[in-house]
Write a protein that binds this ligand. Structure first.
Ligand code: ATP
Length: 363
């Protein structure tokens, strides 16, 4: 069993607040990704969980036991870094054996454990080599083997795949997820690559400027982003955002192109509480349908076609709506002429609404 709980955790370096009041609960055997842009506090958060850093404020628990004051070697964790941090003068065997030697395991136990984990990761043929004689992908597996050999309860990974080429990254990420579930280990995985997080994690914690923005299953953070930051950070291309005025009743939207749209009561009531005269309307690029005239039962906005990118499997059409650029993914046969006027149609329940002042999703 290994759950991890952070309670009101802060980390301040001089006048930089790297992590601000983080509350996070990670269940036993869960795979959680910490996702955020460069400098958002991901590594700091991971190092706090590892015990490499001590929080400026707040407590950290493993299985409800307070570990805040314990050093890394007392926390039963495995760590894998972006640069692998293998010992260059040691063979693969010795690299993997190292954590066991530190714990004074006997030679027969070391051999058994090293061979078993090497087999698990498919590197049993590389044990006599030195790190410099390995490819990036092989080095990455050795680093993982070294982290797993002491059978940690919590595996902490800091951008472990970012030095690998794109194809290998995709291959290893599915292997890693399978291995994590088979071993029944709790994994916390730092990445700035949203496709990695969406593909691997049971839940994703999105962080910006040291603050957790949303924690949720991949589907939730994608379709129910809590705020403008999450909506515009997740997805390739990310969600589209258009500022749309409200009418005098403040319950209906005055859509670009002259249409008026009154959302269901549940949403209209939330819109009435927004303090500005407009709302930020959001939608994912793949949920919109383009047409020459507005489609009934859809939320329709008039737009001007700006560019069309043909990607083979699909086209990405960039359009201008109320001065904002939006992107729509359409089948390859849809190729509207740049400069032409067209309608973007979105199903009612696929529209998101954000308060322009707080940038929070009103739903
Ligand atoms: P990246 O993806 O670029 O690695 P990150 O999300 O992991 O970024 P952190 O390394 O956690 O971000 O850094 C968060 C903030 O804290 C940054 O502003 C960084 O400059 C600052 N910071 C991190 N470590 C230290 C330190 N040891 N001393 C001072 N400032 C630090």
């Amino acid at each position: 069993m290994a759950s991890v709980k952070l309670e009101g955790v802060w980390k301040v370096f001089g006048n930089v607040v790297a992590v601000r009041d983080v509350n996070l609960y990670i269940e036993d055997k869960e795979f959680v990704s910490i996702l955020g842009p460069s400098g958002s506090g991901k590594t700091t958060l991971l190092y706090l969980i590892a015990g490499i850093y001590k929080p400026s404020r707040g407590r950290i628990y493993f299985n409800d036991v307070d570990v805040t004051d314990l050093p890394p070697n007392k926390r039963n964790i495995g760590l894998v870094f972006q640069n692998y941090a293998l010992y260059p003068h040691m063979t693969v065997y010795e690299n993997i054996a190292f954590p066991l030697r530190l714990r004074n395991f006997g030679e027969p136990a070391i051999k058994e454990k090293v061979l078993s984990v090497a087999k698990l990761l498919g590197i049993e043929g590389l044990l006599d080599r030195y790190p410099a004689q390995l490819s990036g992908g092989q080095q990455q597996r050795v680093a993982l083997a070294r982290a797993l050999v002491k059978e940690p309860e919590v595996l902490l990974l800091d951008e472990p795949l970012s030095n690998l080429d794109a194809l290998l990254r995709i291959k290893i990420r599915s292997e890693l997820k399978k291995l994590q579930k088979e071993l029944g280990i709790t994994a916390i995985y730092v990445t700035h690559d949203q496709s990695e997080a969406l593909a691997m994690a049971d839940r994703i914690a999105i962080i910006a400027s040291g603050v957790i923005q949303q924690v949720g299953k991949p589907w939730d953070v994608y379709y129910k982003p809590r705020n403008v930051f999450v909506a515009s950070f997740i997805g390739t291309p990310p969600a589209n955002l258009v500022s749309v005025p409200l009418d005098s009743s403040r319950r209906c939207l005055l859509l670009p192109g002259g249409g008026r749209y009154c959302p269901p009561r549940r949403i209209a009531e939330k819109l009435a509480a927004v303090k500005t005269n407009s709302v930020i309307l959001g939608f994912r690029p793949e949920v919109a349908v383009l047409s020459e005239s507005p489609l009934g039962d859809y939320v329709s906005m008039e737009a001007e076609v700006y560019t069309v990118e043909t990607l083979g499997r699909e086209n990405i059409v960039t359009l201008l709506v109320n001065g904002s650029q939006v992107k729509v993914i359409v089948p390859p046969v849809v190729e509207p002429r740049p400069g032409s006027r067209i309608f973007i149609n979105i199903e009612e329940d696929k529209v998101m609404y954000f308060d322009p002042e707080t940038e929070i999703n009103v739903e």
